[in-house]
Design a protein around this ligand. Structure first.
Ligand code: ZN
Length: 153
């Protein structure tokens, strides 16, 4: 896939390893549950809102358990453009959730999920725009960006 190699979830693994190091704390995103990797990234109401925004628009229903979700990412769709977008979105969501969690832990600032979602969309769109320029030899209907625009306006 031209120019769009996805790092092999190195970042994700790094984040998850860090979370594991922590003594269980109250989740800074919802303040109602104890923090665990499964809770923080998937079960938390905040994180669920982030995921469901992306997955509902892509008409995908990934498994809700962390390890199953990572396995599912290997083959999430028959459309290779969608596979690419999903993997990129997955990393961006993990990153966005992790960053929001840290911001709340270290400052009094807390942003609603909708703001984090908009930020993730901007990052993804910019990335897909750059990568789509390398797909210029293809008809415009099959670039990453045009696929993105089909689902996210
Ligand atoms: Zn939570």
């Amino acid at each position: 896939m031209a120019g769009g190699r996805i790092p092999k979830h190195d970042f994700l693994v790094w984040v998850l390893a860090r979370v594991r190091l922590h003594v269980p704390l109250e989740c800074p995103l919802c303040s109602t549950n104890m923090e665990s990797r499964q809770h923080l990234f998937f079960d938390c109401a905040f994180s669920s809102e982030v995921w469901s925004f992306f997955y509902s628009r892509l008409h995908l229903l990934p498994p809700s358990l962390l390890d199953d979700g990572i396995r599912w990412l290997k083959d999430p769709s028959r459309d290779s453009n969608i596979v690419f977008i999903v993997r990129l979105a997955f990393q961006a969501c993990i990153y966005g959730i992790w960053r929001e969690r840290n911001t709340r832990l270290h400052s009094q600032v807390s942003r609603p999920a909708a703001v984090v979602i908009s930020e993730i969309c901007l990052i993804l769109r910019a990335k897909l725009d750059i990568l789509s320029r390398e797909q210029r030899n293809l008809p415009s209907t099959v670039t990453y960006l045009s696929n993105w625009s089909l689902h996210f306006v």
